[in-house]
Ligand binder design. Sequence first.
Ligand SMILES: *Cc1c(COP(=O)(O)O)cnc(C)c1O
Length: 388
Amino acid sequence: MNNLVQTQTRLAQSAIATDSAHGAVIAPLYLSSNYAWDDPKNKPSYDYSRSGNPTRDQLEAALCGLEAAAKGVITSSGMAAVDLALSLARPDDLVLAPHDCYGGSHRLLSARSERGHFKLEFVDQSDETALRKAFARKPKLILIETPSNPLLRITDIELCVRLAKKFGTLTIVDNTFLSPALQQPLKLGADMVVHSTTKFINGHSDVVGGALLARDPAIGDELAWWANCTGITGAPFDSFMTLRGVRTLFLRTEQQQESAATLIHEFKQDSRIRRIFYPALKTHPGHEIAARQQTGFGSMFSVEFSSSVDVLQLLRETRIFTVAESLGGFESLICVPAIMTHASMSAEAQKSAGISKTLVRFSIGLEHPKDLIADIKQALDKAVSGSI
Ligand SMILES: *Cc1c(COP(=O)(O)O)cnc(C)c1O
């Protein structure tokens, strides 16, 4: 599809009417692990599903089209995709990562650097002075996560790209929190995009998967080589399910962010809420950058409640919001990052990232926003100290 086609159209058309064998409108699912050779001297285009699978390739093509990537790898999880990106770093190379990145990425980066696989520096990427200082060390890779999890800090992708070009650094943007429906980092000059497709892209909370997509086909080939070598490519069934989710991504993100805005509007007037972390708010430090580099503000936000609220009790009392990790599904979720999603970060790392024990993260789904508001209000009524 050419560049003039809208993202919405690309999404709805993902792998539609591509079946040359029978004209199936929905592409068939190829579960086969291996493929027949018509002649022992003639290697077929698919021979073994770890290295290549038609269903997985369709998901790869769909995601490359959405992110304007030349080539990508569909992996068995988002973590596998982050790890695949890190395979580009050698022991003397420096990797820059956000100090408040996804807890699992923080653990992976720390564990690999402790084993000497590369050097590592965590930096507050929303702080331009700190960022420039870190770039002066000529990093090989910079991992960017914007908006960040769980405080929705915004990193200026174009600024990072400018600095990266100056110092010969490869830029990788974890685009999980927004999905290509709301942000397309390669179009802003980044070299690679990573996704936990587990979240918005699949959107139905029934697949764990990931993707790493590269602008340069040579880097894409190197990544595909590593992915086959280490065996981290995604399962065909998961790819089939994820393609199914991709087709409704646009509609889901539109509705979910509209509902998030409705909830925020209501929460702003509630005295039991002390602070809201959401980039659409004019008071959010990254608001202007977000407005420039995103096409929407998304449906994730975090809240600091007043000290009278027992947040654990709040989570026990919700009836529509499910207490769970993960995000981006059609079901609304609530969690306390310090003891759930970010529990693998040390207390010290949590503190430096600004993740308090009373911070609550919301992932807004497809339920009616009025019901979601009523659910939080009734739970708050029971969680304020002095209430029974
Ligand atoms: C969930 C998540 C990951 C890890 O993905 P998995 O699919 O759980 O392995 C990485 N980055 C971000 C921002 C995430 O939210």
